[in-house]
Write a protein that binds this ligand. Structure first.
Ligand code: SIN
Length: 550
């Protein structure tokens, strides 16, 4: 496979070295824990199970080539095409081939996927998929239903210990091997002394980075802390410049912004501006079903020009709205919009990070004992632009592979009575106005300069601003993580002097074949204020903060 630089061998540790710890209790984390059973695992969850996981918010479904005339090869080909030249073909094929088995796993955990009258799984179509291949639950409720089934199953599984209200913010390593995880009470800024959990194997399943932007469809807690933790532990990052913006977040000023699923456009909903012009027809032959990055930029342009952007579901969906898309319907009604009769105002929103911790086909990172799963990982499956409904799929396919890999290196120990002295009280969420203000500023800067449209001046200035923000608080572990994650996105975006997939540079609007490769980088120095870009031939280049790279 094309991934570079991952050579760890994971020598089998002795059982006394500590637990298998999974950081994150969304789909990736819980599926890994279930697949690891009966191996004892500890799952760290910032919130009560089910709250705060972006998986539960997923309105799309899971792509799988299950329909007549569809094949994993077709699914892989669509995935590769969407990824704008950067998808690892072997990983795309692996994803597509494993989709059917993983859907069956979910069915066995009790996920009630929609079926037709004959009992066959219903398959719907989404943008850039050549076939109908998305399995869904009650239209737009897949994330919620999948998480409910997984949580119920995990709660009944004796090998899974869940620690709620704790937040992992740093990893302990020794000789490039994971030895532990540092935990703080959720909601704090990480000023206090952490509680340390020894670990022989850690799976990062912390989700994405949308919370670093002012407009996002992600929960606020998805703000790149896993990415930063991995980077600070020495893990190689890949493709961090590629942030996917969803074109149709509901634009009502809410944070996070509710999503209006792409499936609405799959059902025929159209995009119009304030004058009623259907602007996508002049931009792409697939109009509203063009690749997501193209639709997101068009919506961005309409809004920037003052013409506004709206989703018109009246003709295509009309009275069927509440029944077919109950989640979107409820969000619209909460905002005082009747989508059966009115237009839905929309805006692009940070939705999914294709970049993350570089992992191999077994989800291993470049640090011994550290795996990454789901959005925090960069497996090579998504390239520069993720195909809709491939993210939940990637999470479950890699969760199963990671579990198998861990089983091969961690001996099965008997269920144990844990003796760790875990803090049992919930800390008050620390309101630190100077950090909250700095966070708001960071989000504004990321949206402005590392958003849908980027350029060299903006990105170079952004990195300088991130460096300056460091001085606001040098002791907060949380804030440091947010700055590290932001810097990794900005530095890679500055480095890529071309436009490709969801990375659009107004100063380099064309795709340049010279850049048809994934990006890799590693933090250098304790502060992470410098980032090394690793060329495929492993020659390293420094990215100095604020400096443009030729
Ligand atoms: C959507 O429902 O529009 C989002 C699906 C996805 O991001 O895969």
């Amino acid at each position: 496979m094309a991934n570079v630089g991952i050579k760890n061998t994971h020598p089998a540790p002795s059982a006394s070295e500590g637990d298998v710890v999974i950081i994150g209790a969304g789909l990736a984390g819980l599926f890994t824990a279930l697949k690891l059973a009966p191996l004892p695992v500890t799952v760290i969850s910032e919130a009560p199970l089910g709250d705060g996981a972006s998986s539960a918010w997923a309105q799309g479904g899971i792509a799988a080539a299950l329909g007549e005339g569809d094949t994993p090869e077709d699914h892989a080909a669509d995935t590769i095409r969407a990824g704008a030249g950067l998808v690892d073909p072997a990983i795309a094929q692996l994803l597509a081939e494993n989709a059917g088995s993983r859907i069956h796993d979910l069915l066995s955990y009790g996920v009630p996927f929609d079926r037709d009258l004959e009992g066959t799984l219903k398959l719907s179509r989404e943008a850039a998929h050549g076939k109908r291949r998305i399995v869904r639950v009650k239209g737009d409720m897949a994330g919620q239903a999948i998480m409910a089934a997984l949580i119920a199953t995990a709660r009944k599984t004796p090998s899974i210990r869940v620690l709620e209200h704790l937040s992992a913010k740093s990893l302990e390593i020794s000789d490039n091997r994971i030895t532990g995880v540092d935990l703080w009470p959720s909601g704090t800024w990480g000023h206090e002394e952490p509680f340390r959990l020894m670990a022989q194997a850690v799976v990062l399943a912390t989700g994405g980075i949308g919370g670093l932007y002012s407009v996002t469809t992600n929960p606020e807690s998805s703000r790149g802390e896993g990415l930063a933790m991995g980077a600070e532990a020495g893990a190689i990052l890949a493709d961090t410049e590629f942030v996917q913006f969803h074109p149709t977040a509901i634009d009502i000023g809410a944070y996070p912004a509710p999503l209006a699923t792409e499936a609405l456009r799959g059902e025929g909903a159209i995009l119009v501006n304030r004058s009623g012009d259907r602007f996508m027809v002049n931009i792409h032959s697939d109009a509203e079903l063009a690749p997501r990055d193209i639709v997101a930029r068009a919506v961005h342009d309409e809004k920037q020009s003052g013409r506004g952007a709206f989703l018109d579901c009246r003709a295509a969906i009309g009275d069927r709205f509440a029944d077919k898309f109950p989640t979107v319907y409820a969000k619209c009604r909460d905002a005082g919009i009747d989508p059966v009769r009115e237009l839905i105002p929309v805006a692009p929103a940070a939705h999914y990070h294709m970049g993350g911790i570089l992992t191999d086909a077994n989800g291993r990172s470049s640090v011994d004992g550290l795996w990454a799963c789901g959005e925090v990982a960069s497996t090579g499956a998504h390239g520069a632009n993720r195909l809709a409904s491939n993210s939940l799929l990637e999470a479950i396919v890699f969760a199963a592979r990671i579990a198998e890999d861990i089983h091969s290196v961690v001996p099965l120990s008997p269920l144990k009575a844990y003796s760790d002295c875990i803090p049992s009280t919930r800390a008050d969420v620390s309101k630190v106005p100077r950090l909250q203000n700095a966070m708001d500023r960071l989000r504004m800067l990321m949206t402005e300069h590392a958003g849908v449209v980027r350029n060299e001046n903006g990105l170079a200035g952004l990195i300088k601003e991130i460096d300056a923000l460091e001085q606001v608080d040098t002791k907060s572990r949380t804030f440091r993580n947010l700055l590290t994650a932001s810097r990794s996105i900005a530095a890679a975006a500055l480095e890529r002097n071309e436009s490709r997939g969801c990375h659009f540079r107004s100063d380099f609007p064309e795709t340049n074949p010279k850049f048809a490769r994934r990006s890799n980088m590693q933090l250098s120095g304790a502060t992470g204020s410098r980032i090394n870009a690793i060329e495929p031939n492993n020659q390293e280049r420094h990215i100095e903060s604020g400096a443009a790279i030729s």
